[in-house]
Ligand binder design. Structure first.
Ligand code: ADP
Length: 462
């Protein structure tokens, strides 16, 4: 038994737009969609392969308005879907020509995709309807329309030379909610027949409305799919961050605890060790644990909010000297040197000295961790940009150029060093948060002599 035209139309639209046939049938049964009972030979139906081959051989012509400031539809997949519509519409109702007009945010038609015209005809149209003449003015109505003879319409201004001779016409709206920004795509789909052919019937109109409705739904589904993909990617990233966090807790936070357990076990068996060394070892493990926990808590706090900053006029020389004093214990114990090369007469900067102090602490502590020689703090004023660049310079291992982007991200550590270095990969992420909360900038510069330079740029206090 041969298939009814309706069944074939449903099947074709279902396969073309990825909507299940049962959804379409349900929509028809619930009265949400009109059906057409055009009967007879029915509309020409093509299968997906045939359609793709045809589209490849006869790509639809696109006519852009010279006024338009770029394509209305940026997404190529969406454009492919839209570009099929005029062709499908023409086949559905056996029209001579079909067109899809795309309006920009201001409702101006900025692009038209046509099917059924020769190159010459396309050229003669030149630009999409701009609001004069029947098509342009009717386009503003939005509602479906069917005209027996377009040239008899009171607003008809005739066709330009070489323009196809159109008589009977149907136009319907196609719209879509854009998943990304909530804006609506607004398009109109037209089919026309030339003079001498029978005008379109009410059934033809229903079929075209039907196609317009399904195109709208397909576009909405496509938008939702894009939102869903976006959400899925973000969920995967969150999952990855969670697993990175768990492995970090496993490795780095456990280290000091293991150190404490070892010290206690050694103390039990060795009274000499217990009396002279154990307390120191327990103390440094505890200190390390507390530093790691502090930066973890800092990051958790900063991750939620911008740090609260109390702004005042500060001088870089004071900030630098205080930071060096705070490193006193480490520099003494490790016999390290921090040089301060900061002119005393630099203009003041506006900052929270406690927070910027934490930035310097982190940068200096990194410089000490990832180098072996002296660390230098420099500052230089640029009177053109009215800013001061504060730099923490070391002659250590530096950071490979392709890894630099990562270092300001939480939990990112570069593994170019073969000895274990204490840290969670949070210091620079915290620095960036604080610096940006001041409206300042922080960057990494590869030192020409090898090693790292971290630069914080702060505007003069005005
Ligand atoms: P942490 O030092 O706790 O690992 P940071 O966020 O402070 O975390 O730094 C991230 C990574 O950047 C470090 O693991 C290290 O690989 C690299 N890094 C930071 N500062 C320096 C430096 N001065 N020299 C070389 N590498 C550095």
């Amino acid at each position: 038994m041969s298939q009814s035209p309706l069944a074939r139309t449903v099947e074709q639209i279902a396969s073309e737009f990825g909507i299940s046939e049962s959804d379409i049938t349900q929509a028809i049964q619930s009265g949400k969609l009109l059906t057409s009972n055009s009967g007879g030979s029915g509309p020409a139906v093509v299968d997906e392969k045939q359609l793709s081959a045809w589209m490849l051989a006869y790509p639809p012509a696109r006519i852009s308005a010279s006024l338009s400031g770029g394509p209305v539809v940026e997404d190529e997949d969406r454009m492919q879907l839209l570009a099929k519509l005029p062709y499908l519409a023409r086949r559905l109702v056996d029209a001579d020509y079909a067109a899809l007009t795309l309006a920009d945010d201001d409702g101006r038609i900025s692009e038209m995709i046509v099917s059924g015209m020769t190159d010459g005809q396309v050229k003669s149209i030149g630009h999409p309807p701009v609001g004069r003449g029947v098509l342009g003015s009717l386009d503003k109505l939005g509602a479906p329309l069917r005209l027996g003879d377009i040239s008899r319409h009171p607003r008809s201004t005739g066709f330009p030379d070489g323009h196809p001779d159109m008589r009977s016409m149907i136009g319907v709206g196609v719209s879509a909610v854009d998943g990304a920004g909530g804006t609506t795509l607004s398009a109109r789909l037209y089919v026309t027949r030339v003079s001498g052919r029978t005008p379109f019937t009410a059934e033809d109109q229903e079929l075209i409305e039907f196609l317009g409705e399904f195109a709208s739904q397909a576009l909405d589904i496509e938008s939702l799919k894009r939102v869903e993909t976006d959400l899925r990617v973000r969920a995967e990233e969150a999952e990855q961050a969670k697993s990175d966090f768990m492995s970090m807790v496993n490795h780095d936070l456990k280290n000091p605890v293991v150190g404490m357990q070892l010290a206690l076990a050694a103390g039990e068996n060795d009274p000499e060790y217990r009396d002279h060394q154990m307390t120191d070892d327990l103390g440094s493990s505890l200190e390390l644990q507390s530093r790691l926990l502090d930066s973890l808590l800092d990051m958790a706090r900063l991750g939620r909010t911008v740090p609260e900053i109390e702004i005042e006029d500060c001088y870089v020389i004071d900030l630098a000297n205080s930071a060096v004093r705070r490193q006193g214990k480490v520099t003494r114990e490790q016999d390290r040197e921090i040089l301060v090369d900061v002119p005393e007469d630099l203009p003041a900067v506006r900052c929270d000295p406690v927070q910027i102090g934490r930035v310097l602490d982190n940068l200096i502590s990194n410089a000490l961790k990832y180098s072996e020689g002296a660390v230098t703090i420099t500052a230089e004023s640029d009177s053109v940009t009215e800013s001061i660049s504060i730099r923490v310079v070391d002659g250590g291992i530096g950071i490979p150029a392709d890894q630099v982007e990562r270092i300001f991200e939480p939990f990112e550590r570069i593994t170019t060093i073969n000895r274990p270095v204490e840290g969670l990969g949070l210091g620079l992420a915290i620095c960036r948060k604080i610096v940006e909360a001041h409206g300042w900038k922080i960057d990494y510069i590869a030192s020409p002599e090898g090693g790292s330079i971290f630069e914080v740029v702060a505007p003069y206090s005005s």
